[in-house]
Design a protein around this ligand. Structure first.
Ligand SMILES: Cc1cc2nc3c(=O)[nH]c(=O)nc-3n(C[C@H](O)[C@H](O)[C@H](O)COP(=O)(O)OP(=O)(O)OC[C@H]3O[C@@H](n4cnc5c(N)ncnc54)[C@H](O)[C@@H]3O)c2cc1C
Length: 305
């Protein structure tokens, strides 16, 4: 993207200068620690600013991508030609009223789960170790240990392409396995209402600790990754298929099938998006050939590879 003065002027009227970053390395914003430069990276301070920016982008045909915390993303080595929009820390309020928790989607999911626990509300224990934003978790219907966002969400407030606000109820969200209506439509989630169940705080915290210990025991959390690389194929576990195909520890450059959990590709040094892509293709082809199962990526790819 050539320097777009009209866009920059528009942004500067709504966003602090330090929150408009040019040529920003996306490796700084992804849990894989991979990704070339985004032409523009903007931390959006408010729903009003977001609404105006979305409307502007759609009127002038400006490319943009909504980033959560980049924990399910593979950004190409040549970066992203357009504007990355991330909800800033000012769009991360969390409040509790009775059994209902309201949160803005820029909030980190583990923090949302912690606030629920502190208020003696059960239902988000499964979420306390999922390292994304609430927004990303809603879009992906993130889940673990028999829990998923679908079980707790009552409403999601979204903005459409023209910046108009809408409230989508649980049914309208079309939650499925690692998907929701927002994965296919240009909506931005800005706030959510969650219905939780009262329970003793110590029990909630104990459950969270137990699940997080299971994560630490089984997952290679000491390395950069994007979590599970592939979705769980019906009737199988991706990690087990990869292990059974003899691919534990397989490497392309600095991208490696984790020896601790074969469902994770980890970055053991300076892996590139190309390394990860090549490794993913090799895994898919060998698992298909040896075990007859097609693995579908869970990780979302954006940008130029
Ligand atoms: C160590 C590790 C463990 C993990 N464990 C799990 C797990 O147990 N279960 C699980 O489900 N996932 C897991 N993940 C994957 C990841 O954390 C989840 O998918 C998470 O919900 C992604 O959130 P994010 O904010 O990082 O989204 P991003 O990766 O930034 O974005 C994901 C998608 O959501 C969209 N998006 C983000 N925010 C918004 C918004 N406000 N409005 C509209 N679209 C938006 C993006 O455009 C993109 O399409 C794990 C990842 C890691 C690194």
């Amino acid at each position: 993207m050539r320097e777009n003065h009209a866009l920059l002027e528009f942004l500067e009227e709504r966003v602090e200068t330090e929150d408009i970053l040019k040529h920003e390395p996306m490796s700084k914003h992804t849990s894989f620690r991979i990704g070339g430069e985004a032409d523009l990276f903007v931390r959006v301070p408010s729903q009003k600013a977001l609404s105006e920016i979305l409307k502007y982008c759609n009127q002038v045909g400006q490319e943009y991508f909504i980033l959560g915390k980049g924990t399910n993303l593979l950004v190409g080595d040549k970066g992203y030609r357009g504007m990355i929009l991330q909800l800033s820390q000012q769009m991360a309020d969390i409040r509790v009223e009775g059994n209902t928790l309201f949160a803005q989607t820029g909030a980190p999911l583990p923090l949302v789960a912690k606030v629920a626990a502190e208020n003696g509300l059960s239902g988000l224990e499964f979420a306390s170790g999922i390292p994304g934003s609430l927004g990303g978790a809603i879009v992906m219907n993130a889940g673990a240990y028999d829990g998923e966002m679908k079980q707790v969400i009552r409403y999601v407030k979204v903005l459409d392409q023209m910046g108009e606000e809408m409230n989508l109820d649980n049914d309208t969200m079309e939650f499925g396995y690692r998907t929701s209506i927002i994965k296919d439509r240009p909506f931005v989630a800005v706030e959510a209402e969650m219905r939780l169940t009262p329970a003793p705080k110590d029990e909630i915290f104990a459950k969270m600790e137990e699940l997080n210990q299971r994560r630490r025991d089984k997952q290679p959390l000491e390395y950069p990754s994007a979590g599970s690389t592939f979705k769980r194929p019906e009737g199988h576990f991706a990690g087990k298929l990869i292990m059974d195909a003899g691919l534990r520890g397989l490497r392309v450059g600095d991208a490696q099938v984790s020896e601790k959990h074969c469902g994770f590709i980890i970055n053991i040094g300076n892996a590139t998006a190309e390394d990860v892509t090549e490794l993913m293709e090799e895994i898919q082809s060998r698992v298909k050939k040896q075990l007859g199962v097609r693995l579908e990526p869970e990780v979302i790819r954006i940008g130029e590879f």
